[in-house]
Design a protein around this ligand. Structure first.
Ligand code: PLP
Length: 406
């Protein structure tokens, strides 16, 4: 039997307004979280609002702060990361900005030089416009970090796997140096997702992730999360209240839908990526192939340990002899979609030198571990045979475009 109907009071217009927001009390377990689109929340007593704002009682006040759908997301994301608390923001970039701002205090930020281009642009803007002091250095090992870290640094920012070089960071070693030196460590775990790697358990102060990628997983939402201890998450929460940028309820709900199949998707994408990487690795025209799951990858052993044997992720890159060859490869693909982003159900192909890394000159490209002929693939969950057939199409087109060079 349906719960008893709401009985709004008053005239026609009043009943229309009040009746439309009367929510039945549900004491059951729905198969999907609710989408709470409320921009503001009424209280039983006026004094309650002040107490809510002062965190003297639990509840919701205003849509810019939080909403119950996001609270559900925070719970599941914290749990999957093995961390006490989590918070969500409107993008991965917003999560990185808020987390670094909270942790840096007035000190310098030390960020990996093998960094996602958007994070580089974010830090560069903050350096130019907001007085942040930011240094970049290779930070994949304890030795590299030891060389670059100074007394002035208060926070270190690294990525689990670098894009598109697929260089893997030794997170436990980095975390141990940061702990010894009393410096906070932020790990961008976007490329691995908590299914493969849980940097909080390895000693990171905070883990940030673009939920636009594996957590959402279906190419239909832009979102970011941060996880850490309760104190850090509380500080990021307060920062978000004041600067804006919390995640909306609908976006939180889309991430919640995606998260339910995270393990299945990452497992399948990792298996497909290994098939694709091995197919390319066996072809003399695509060399070198960079994928942490290939035994000749420089950090194969580290990735095997750090990812617990659960897979090696969906991202790989390889080089063709020329830029024209790489562009022809991408243009010939019929299953891989030519697009930026990663971590979704669809396979994507990208030519970094003309897209994500277009600002870099040849020296800059080399420093980022790529060349004009580098191709990056984000492998999805399609049938692997169709993906391998697409590689053949791409390589044949590259042959034609490259003429004698290949
Ligand atoms: N971190 C990494 C490693 C990324 O690849 C991206 C986006 O591609 C981001 C952060 C930024 O995420 P968002 O686009 O959700 O802001």
């Amino acid at each position: 039997m349906e719960p008893s109907l709401p009985r709004p009071m008053g005239g026609f217009a009043t009943r229309a307004v009040t009746g439309a927001v009367t929510v039945p009390e549900v004491h059951q377990h729905p198969s999907s979280a609710g989408i709470w689109l409320a921009s503001t929340w009424g209280a039983d007593r006026s004094a309650d609002i002040g107490e809510l704002l002062l965190d003297e009682r639990e509840g919701y006040v205003y849509g810019r702060y939080d909403n119950p759908t996001a609270t559900t997301l925070h719970g599941v994301v914290a749990s999957l990361n093995g961390a006490p608390a989590a918070w969500s923001l409107a993008s991965g970039t917003a999560a990185i900005h808020a987390t670094l701002d909270v942790l840096r205090g007035h000190g310098r930020v030390l960020a990996t030089s093998r960094i996602y281009g958007g994070t580089f642009a974010l830090l560069d803007r903050l350096r130019r416009n907001a007085g942040w002091q930011v240094d970049h250095a290779p930070l994949s090992t304890a030795d590299e970090l030891g060389l670059a870290l100074t007394e002035e640094h208060t926070v270190v920012h690294v990525e689990t796997v670098a894009n598109p070089s697929t260089h893997v960071t030794d997170l436990a070693a980095i975390a141990s140096v940061c702990r010894e030196r009393g410096v906070a460590l932020v790990v961008d775990n976007t490329f691995a997702s908590p299914y493969l790697c849980r940097p909080y358990e390895l000693g990171a102060t905070a883990v940030v992730e673009s939920a636009t990628k594996f957590l959402g997983g279906h190419g239909d939402v832009v979102a970011g999360v941060v996880v850490g201890d309760a104190d850090l998450v509380e500080r990021v929460r307060r920062h978000t209240y004041e600067l804006g940028g919390s995640l909306g309820a609908f976006e939180a709900w889309l991430v919640l839908r995606g998260v339910q199949t995270l393990a299945l998707r990452v497992r399948q994408a990792s298996a497909n990526a290994l098939t694709v990487a091995r197919a390319l690795d066996g072809d003399h025209r695509a060399q070198p192939v960079r994928y942490p799951g290939l035994v000749h990858h420089e950090q194969y052993a580290l990735a095997t340990t750090m990812f617990g044997g659960r897979g090696y992720g969906a991202l790989l890159s390889f080089d063709l002899p020329t830029r024209a060859g790489a562009e022809a490869f991408a243009d010939a693909c019929e299953v891989f979609v030519r697009a930026s982003s990663l971590g979704g159900t669809h396979s994507l192909v990208l030519h970094p030198a003309s897209t994500s890394h277009r600002q870099l000159d040849p020296a800059g490209l080399a420093a980022a571990g790529l060349g004009a002929g580098t191709v990056r693939l984000s492998v999805g969950i399609e049938d692997p045979d169709d993906l391998v057939a697409d590689l053949d199409r791409g390589l044949a087109a590259a042959d034609v475009a490259q003429g004698d060079v290949a």
